[in-house]
Design a protein around this ligand. Structure first.
Ligand code: ADP
Ligand code: ZN
Ligand code: ZN
Length: 752
């Protein structure tokens, strides 16, 4: 009985994981495999899809003729076998379609055939055919042609692009065509590498001699990377204070992998994927810098395509990137590093809502490779995993060269507010004096404020009116440079009212302050200082951040004021003072992680001070000086904080002891959203497994966003699989009205 090969194809954009079978035509025989991208006929159009698996069926079994695959989009599978497994794991755990996992794994720039390779036409000298006689003959008639030949002779690889000929040298196409006819030159297509680092040169940095703590850490990673081990090693949590030299450990661990012929992935939070971070890796591996690929959201589609193809073609052995780089198809992976593993930006907030740090651990397991999670303030999830023996803990408690951790002063802003009557106190007198001292000594200061814009809101002191977004239940932020009120949720903006829209009072005022207003104050108070502000508003242009940081490094800026964009990863030896203007910004929101985040912030920001030879100082301004996040932060006491916080989590059944899932129902119709959630709740309640706890349906903390009403239920269990299984079993039989959107967020970071 004749067997024919058949491919199961999951079509791009399929919401339910239905796949279709296609025949493999003779010309593609033996080339189509699981993980390949293909184009296929679907009804009357051509669609794209990913091959799930290839099987053989006997021709009699297929009564109807299967349509054949139209073409193969790449010459090899784009998803490796472990990545396919990871996609299924994600689908299962996060309740997301497999197709959405594929979409997360293969960037749009790589999927769409349009952004494929870019080529340009270049002219190349056929040097063997040229002699002085020819030139002499030409010279009489065609000066341009002679000039073209001379330019080509001097050009690198005897090649110049057509565009350069016309734009730079004013030699038009007919002259080139004439030379082509004489067989002196050829015009060919050349692939252009869109390199985000084009024009930069990297000077190799030598590995440093490790201190004893670093040696222990590196040994642990090397052990875990050991080839031929029977089963995957445990993930390692590297808890190292800021400036303890974690990056140096990463670099040497990667080198070890390369020596073994294996590759490595380094994940860094999007926000700290500064040029500085990428450069450190590029310089260490300068000799092989074309083997280092960098993936982040600031790349153009073309650059992303080319960086990614470098990985796929096995040219790149090291990938540095944000969250989605956890999917980089590196073959023979030896190590995944997750730097600042506690960072929120590892959580993807759209479907599939995955946690890249957790996926790194899963992938490490699937590919039998080492996983190294690093942080000065580990997440309580990872801390607990060390406690129960799932992860190995390695600690580096000292800064490199025994430099001390900076002295942290806590300033009670309630007293300051009394002193500076009638004004919003932005700078306490202590902080002001500290900055002045730095200016006198030619040292630099970083001031941190995690709120952009001019003022937090606009309000009327007579009637209490506060300007809110039309589309969200959120106050509008005042932006003075644009003279607009803006919603930081949906982007809506409007002119600021000149009088109160409710009571017509003209006494309407700005409340609170953001970076714009702080900048104004700082420029006024320190009138001779050179000040730069870094936030998403002031850094819109490409390379602006890079340039500003370079200026700061070159000591052309005295005070750098910024949002979380400057909180992490930066290394400036001349910074001896760091001030946190308002450390309470994130403390009083209804989220059990508020304290943890504030502690992390203080520690990370403080880590920017005193990284050179001079000791550093940190000034933390707060209205709640006795809060444990601030008190432990002041003493750089992560373990003290973690022990206390984890007790509280245990008592209140919060993560990391319990896993959460939030089901949110959204609709532009308030009642339809509420009603749908009610129905869902009733069904979930029936046969609710004993190990799951569930809240009543409630309005979400952010009840309206982007014109949609939002209601939620929270489920809790020590067993995340149990939650996912139960929700899946209920949801699959329910249909909701078209304008109702139901989302499930497993292990949510954002509770609103
Ligand atoms: P972390 O990532 O823990 O904050 P870094 O890796 O950025 O720390 O190290 C801080 C500084 O110390 C860097 O300038 C780095 O080059 C330097 N450094 C790291 N390890 C050593 C070492 N063993 N000897 C000398 N300097 C080191
Ligand atoms: Zn809005
Ligand atoms: Zn009013």
């Amino acid at each position: 009985m004749p067997l024919i090969p058949v491919a199961a194809v999951l079509i791009d954009g399929a919401s339910d994981d239905l796949h279709f079978s296609y025949a493999i035509p003779d010309n593609l025989f033996g080339m189509v495999a699981a993980g390949c991208r293909v184009s296929i006929p679907l009804r009357n159009r051509t669609a794209f899809g990913t091959v799930l698996h290839v099987t053989e069926v006997d021709t009699d079994a297929t009564k109807y003729a299967l349509k054949p695959i139209t073409s193969l989009l790449d010459d090899k599978p784009i998803l490796t076998e472990p990545l396919m497994k990871l996609a299924h794991w994600m689908s299962d755990y996060y309740l997301a379609p497999v197709e959405s996992a594929f979409r997360a794994m293969i960037p749009q720039a790589v999927r769409s055939p349009e952004s494929a390779e870019k080529t340009r036409k270049v002219v190349r000298l056929k040097s063997e055919n040229i002699d002085s006689e020819t030139i002499e003959k030409l010279g009489k008639r065609a000066k341009k042609q002679v000039k073209a030949l001379e330019l080509l002779k001097d050009a690198p690889e005897n090649t110049i692009s057509l565009q350069d000929f016309s734009a730079k040298h004013r030699i038009a196409r007919p002259s080139i065509t004439a030379l082509e006819k004489l067989d002196l030159v050829e015009v060919i297509d050349e692939t252009v590498q869109r390199d985000p680092f084009a024009g930069q040169t990297f000077v190799e940095s030598a590995p440093l001699t490790l201190n004893p703590e670093q040696v222990v850490a590196l040994d642990a990673v090397v052990q875990a990377c050991e080839l031929n081990r029977e089963k995957p090693a445990k993930p390692i949590l590297l808890h190292g204070v800021t400036g303890s030299g974690k990056t140096e450990v990463y670099l040497q661990a990667i080198q070890h992998c390369l020596d073994q012929g294996r590759g490595a992935i380094v994940l860094v939070p999007e926000i700290s994927l500064t040029p500085q971070t990428a450069d450190r890796f590029k310089t260490r591996f300068a000799k092989i810098q074309d083997q280092v690929a960098v993936l982040h959201s600031n790349l153009s589609a073309g650059e992303r395509h080319d960086e990614w193809k470098k990985v796929l073609n096995r040219q790149a052995k090291i990938v540095i990137g944000a969250r989605s780089a956890v999917f980089a198809p590196i073959e023979n992976l030896g190590l995944i590093v997750v730097d600042e593993e506690h960072e929120n930006s590892y959580k993807q907030e759209t479907v599939p809502r995955y946690q890249a740090r957790d996926l790194a651990v899963v992938r490490g397991h699937l590919e039998n490779c080492a996983v190294l999670l690093g942080s000065a303030t580990p997440s309580l999830e990872s801390w607990k995993n060390c406690d129960v023996g799932k992860y190995d803990l390695v600690q580096m408690k000292k800064r490199v060269d025994d430099r001390g951790l900076p002295l942290v002063r806590v300033i009670d802003m309630r007293l300051e507010a009394l002193k500076q009557k009638g004004q919003i106190p932005i700078l306490s007198s202590k902080l002001r004096l500290a900055v002045e001292k730095r200016l006198e000594q030619g040292e630099q200061t970083i001031l941190f404020l995690n709120r952009r814009g001019f003022a937090r809101s606009i309000m009327c002191p007579e009637c209490g009116y506060v300007a809110e977004c039309k589309h969200c239940s959120l106050t509008l932020t005042v932006h003075r440079e644009e003279d607009r009120l803006m919603c930081h949720m949906c982007g809506y903006s409007q002119l600021p009212p000149r009088q109160c829209p409710e009571c017509k009072s003209k006494a309407i005022v700005n409340a609170g302050y953001g970076t714009e207003r702080a900048e104004e104050t700082i420029r006024r108070v320190f009138s001779t200082a050179r000040v730069a502000r870094v936030d998403t508003d002031s850094m819109r242009k490409k390379n602006q951040l890079r340039d500003t940081l370079a200026q700061f490094k070159a000591k052309k800026i005295d005070i750098l004021l910024g949002t979380q964009m400057i909180a992490k990863g930066l290394h400036f030896p001349n910074v001896t003072l760091v001030g946190i203007l308002n450390s309470d910004v994130g403390l009083h929101i209804p989220d059990f992680r508020a304290g943890e985040r504030t502690f992390q912030l203080i520690t990370q920001v403080a880590g920017r001070a005193g990284r050179g030879d001079i000791a550093g100082e940190v000034v933390v301004q707060t209205y709640t000086p006795h809060h444990s996040a601030i008190q432990f932060g002041r003493h750089h006491d992560f373990e003290g904080f973690a022990d206390e916080e984890i007790q509280m989590r245990k008592q209140f059944h919060h993560p990391p002891y319990f896993h959460l899932a939030i089901i949110t129902v959204r609709s532009t119709h308030q009642q339809r959203a509420e009603f749908s959630l009610q129905t869902l709740h009733t069904r979930l309640k029936r046969n609710l497994p004993d190990d799951i706890g569930m809240t009543e349906p409630l309005p979400s903390p952010l009840i309206r966003s982007h014109d949609q009403w939002r209601f939620q239920i929270m489920l809790k269990s020590v067993n995340p699989r149990s939650i996912a299984g139960h929700i899946r079993s209920i949801i699959k039989d329910l249909t909701f009205p078209d304008d109702v959107i139901v989302t499930v967020d497993m292990d949510p970071h954002n509770l609103s």
